[in-house]
Design a protein around this ligand. Structure first.
Ligand code: FAD
Length: 382
């Protein structure tokens, strides 16, 4: 391997962009390969908890996001029809308790912020990875447009259907949960005399809906559902849902939910997938990050947050080292236990339903947590 190894990041999503920004700052020789031809402003919100904000802060993105995002009082948990409060995750004291705020934002605002932290020339669009081969000390990448690249190390940040994971571990589709998420962002003005002023999860017997504003001014409103639908396993931003179907699925829910659903002109329908925790994800000079290695249900709002955590810890492990493989093993050893716990806890879908101490999630500090001194033995990529 050369003194300054060339590192390819596959996927310019939340985790891939954050890692690229950290590695570029550290002077690494990094290139990002993204299958999309460009980024689109798709309709979805995202919750960024204090553990994630700490990562965004170190990329210089916190202030801009604070200005754009909505800062909720709490994550309010209510009974679907009566609105009776079950419990509340209080964020009024998030900054004194966890050292960072809890922010609700448009996913595109988060993505744009991360994108702005990476020099444009480091991201190659329209580069859908189709395969990779170990070739002595280097790795050959193959793309759908018939081009190739040769690098020293690869980080698979290519999401829940990761091709890098498939190359390493063989084909195994993520498990369809039998549930779908409907989600959309729409102008709050469409609700006329009504507006949300907090984040609320409405818990029904076999389904739920989460509603919140995604801008500081509250002029954009978001909802995301989880509804049983074993017949639908499509995951695409171009997959339109049917608002009438959503209204029917939530008939009888509280008036506040009805107002949101009545006003929403359109919706995306997104199948929910997950996987069991992996025992390892570092294989010599190839490693996984984010949903590629620990996809989880969205019920704790920690999938994106944990991809950001991965990026920060991996950047710490790679800082000033020439032995990339050892760095990858240390990263894996540092992250495995926490991400498995997040996956398994999220799967239960009980987060916030009863009074809990969320400190282990929100209080995690990527900059203070000890990085493992060494990891497992090197693996062999197929
Ligand atoms: C309904 C829903 C709500 C959610 N809400 C939250 C929330 O509130 N808070 C939170 O923290 N998380 C949330 N999540 C989870 C979060 O969206 C994911 O965990 C997060 O996007 C994972 O980041 P990532 O970088 O690993 O993958 P992604 O963000 O999915 O990025 C993967 C990237 O890789 C690219 N790619 C894929 N395959 C290839 C290929 N072969 N070649 C090149 N590029 C490729 C993709 O185009 C994409 O850009 C939610 C998820 C869902 C489904």
């Amino acid at each position: 391997m050369t003194a300054k190894p060339t590192i390819a990041i596959i996927g310019a999503g939340i985790g891939g962009l954050a890692l690229a920004a950290f590695l570029h700052r550290a002077g690494a020789n990094v290139e990002v390969y993204e299958q999309a031809t460009q980024f689109q402003r798709v309709g979805a919100g995202i919750q960024m908890s204090p553990n994630a904000i700490r990562v965004l802060r170190s990329l210089g993105l916190e202030q801009g996001l604070r200005q754009r995002a909505f800062q909720p009082r709490s994550w309010d948990n209510r009974v679907w029809d009566t609105g009776e409060r079950l419990s509340e995750l209080n964020f009024a004291d998030a900054e004194s308790r966890y050292g960072a705020p809890y922010l609700l934002m448009h996913r595109a605002d988060l993505h744009a912020a991360l994108f702005s932290a990476v020099p444009a020339h480091l991201i190659a669009f329209n580069k859908k990875l189709t395969g990779l081969d170990r070739n002595g000390a280097s790795i050959d990448l193959r793309f759908a447009d018939q081009t190739r690249a040769t690098v020293d190390a690869v980080i698979g940040a290519d999401g829940v259907h990761s091709i890098v994971r498939e190359v390493l571990l063989g084909p195994e589709r993520p498990r369809f949960t039998g549930r779908v998420a409907h989600r959309t962002v729409f102008p709050t003005a469409l609700m006329r005399d009504f507006a949300l002023d907090n984040c609320t999860k409405w818990w029904g017997p076999d389904r739920h809906i989460v509603t919140y504003p995604v801008t500081a001014s509250g002029d954009e409103t978001y909802f995301v559902t989880s509804v049983p639908d074993p017949s639908w396993d499509v995951e695409s931003w171009s997959a339109a849902g049917d608002m009438e179907e959503v209204r029917l699925a939530f008939a009888g829910f509280h008036d506040d939910v009805q107002r949101v659903l009545a006003a929403s002109p359109q919706v995306h329908k997104w199948a929910l997938f997950e996987r069991d925790p992996l025992p390892r994800w570092a294989f010599g000079p190839i490693v996984l990050l984010g949903d590629a290695c620990h996809p989880m249900t969205p019920y704790m709002a920690q999938g994106g947050a944990s991809a950001l955590e991965d990026a920060a810890i991996l950047a710490r492990c790679l800082d000033n080292v020439n032995d990339v493989e050892a760095a990858f093993r240390r990263y894996e050893a540092t992250r495995l236990e926490r991400t498995a716990r997040l996956q398994l806890t999220s799967r239960e879908n009980t987060w916030g339903k009863r009074a809990i101490d969320p400190g282990w999630v929100y209080g995690y500090d990527v900059w203070q947590t000890p990085v493992a001194a060494s990891g497992a033995a090197p693996g062999v990529a197929s």
